[in-house]
Design a protein around this ligand. Structure first.
Ligand SMILES: *Cc1c(COP(=O)(O)O)cnc(C)c1O
Length: 473
């Protein structure tokens, strides 16, 4: 464990220090820039030797944990490894050097990319039409809900309510509220699934949509999804699929076939785009034919074999994003989908589910699963056997190079039942068996520490510059 160095670049200032390359370039030999560009006063930039600049920023880059540093079993986030070849693809000059103000006719490659990727996302989700432009999962949710609102407005119906299960990701009720809906929470039953009797009672004529994630954020598949879809549709309402995380079901089952009408997907989770730290990502939204006219633009189409932009109709919800959305992010997703192929996607999901069940099984004696059954791509483990809390336990993992899992329970996210302390673990398919076994070993080690040395776990992490940003946590 090294002692963290807390120097800033300003602390490294040494008058006269400079780069190896430019030390001989004084004012006399410098090319003459026009006078109006000359600086009028000294602005106090730090003078630092080039090698120290490189060391400083390399050190900083190593102080934050990423999937390239170690395991990152952060539930609901799908922190899988992102093959570097997709970064190279995103740096292709034709895309990287394109200017958003180029005339549409000079952006043929972008339209080609969009048309192909739209079709792939429709294929994976079982939908008919797609717009790639929303900038993140929550943005895709907002787009989907605005489309649902437009759908009912054009039909002359007043439906101001959206239903959300109590296990939903926090963005679901937030997006519903932002789109102008009143949000009502549907409780889960003892199996962690949507309580059908409650749902039936809550499906009143003012309900526009029911938002669902399947498998849910508890890692459980809603096995009554066909009944749920029938109930929702019989009420004249629409079914929204939060597909932020498709990692459990690619090539196995499709939201469209389960009866969903609108879906957003996070390419920065499922389709192997780097994420964390706030972006950028992309949250394409896909719909059944009946809703296609409401998609946000720009949408690509193919006319006589040539990909080009579709002129948005009057029922489109309009633009969600300047220019074309996050082209480089979508390019990475395209690279991933092409390299995996249909069989590869299915295999990835199979392994994601296998890995989660392997961890659930190997950890059951110290962190028992909250719902004692097979999980999908993630598993909810209870901290009931811990001396301290799941939060304390997770903090100690940082000292062993493992990112803490998602914490759920008191003070974190609203959670069904009286669960006090639990964590949601999602290993993803890209971790090897050796890595999973290493993680099991570390979890065991921290569990043993927790039993004998509560203080050690209580003050963790010990190896980081900042242990707790929020001192109450
Ligand atoms: C991550 C996630 C979201 C939100 O996606 P962002 O890209 O962070 O906005 C929504 N729902 C679920 C289930 C998620 O896991």
């Amino acid at each position: 464990m090294t002692t963290p160095n807390s120097q800033t670049i300003l602390d490294l200032h040494r008058p006269g220090a400079t780069s190896a390359l430019f030390h001989s370039v004084g004012p006399a030999s410098a090319p003459q820039a026009p006078a109006f560009t000359h600086r009028r006063k000294v602005i106090g930039l730090p003078e630092v030797a080039e090698v120290d600049v490189v060391r400083h920023y390399t050190r900083l880059s190593q102080e934050s944990h990423g999937v390239d540093n170690g395991p990152y079993p952060l539930g609901s986030c799908t922190m899988k490894y992102n093959p570097k070849r997709h970064d190279a693809l995103a740096q292709e000059r034709g895309f990287a050097a394109a200017h958003p103000h180029q005339p549409e006719t000079a952006l043929g490659g972008v339209w080609e990319l969009y048309e192909r990727l739209q079709a792939m996302i429709c294929e994976v989700t079982g939908m008919d039409a797609c717009s790639l432009v929303p900038a993140a999962g929550a943005h895709g949710e907002l787009a989907g809900l605005l489309m649902i609102r437009a759908h009912f407005r054009h039909a002359g119906a007043r439906r101001p309510v959206v239903l959300v299960p109590d296990s939903a990701h926090g963005t679901n009720p937030a997006s519903a509220a932002m789109a102008g809906f009143e949000c009502r929470i549907v409780p889960s039953d003892l199996r962690g699934r949507v309580d059908l009797a409650e749902l039936r009672a809550m499906l009143t004529p003012d309900v526009a949509a029911f938002m669902l994630t399947n498998p849910s954020t508890l890692g459980l598949f809603e096995d009554q999804i066909v009944e749920i879809a029938d109930l929702v549709h019989a009420n004249g309402s629409l079914l929204y699929y939060d597909g932020a995380n498709l990692n459990a079901l690619m090539g196995v089952v499709r939201p469209g076939d389960m009866g969903f009408d609108v879906v957003h997907v996070n390419v920065h989770k499922t389709f192997s785009t780097p994420h964390g730290g706030g972006g950028p990502g992309a949250g394409p939204v896909a719909v059944k034919r009946a809703l296609a006219a409401h998609l946000p633009g720009p949408v690509a189409q193919r006319v006589e074999g040539v990909a080009c932009p579709l002129v948005p109709g009057p029922q489109s919800i309009g633009r969600m994003k300047s220019f074309h959305g996050h082209v480089a992010v979508l390019l990475r997703a395209y690279g991933y989908l092409r390299t995996m192929g249909a069989a590869g996607l299915r295999e990835a999901s199979m392994h994601a589910v296998l890995n989660a069940n392997y961890l659930q099984h190997r950890l059951a004696h110290i962190l028992p699963p909250v719902y004692r059954q097979f999980c999908k791509h993630e598993t909810l483990l209870s901290g009931e056997k811990l001396n301290t809390s799941a939060r304390q336990f997770a903090k100690r993992l940082i000292d062993y190079g493992i990112h803490p899992p998602t914490l759920v329970g008191a003070g974190c996210v609203y959670f069904p039942g009286d669960l006090k302390s639990a964590m949601l673990i999602e290993p993803t398919e890209t971790e090897t068996k050796a890595s999973l076994d290493y993680q099991v070993g570390i979890f065991q080690k921290v569990f043993d520490e927790d039993a004998t040395d509560e203080a050690l776990v209580g003050s963790a992490p010990l190896s980081r510059k900042i242990a707790r940003i929020d001192l109450n946590n």
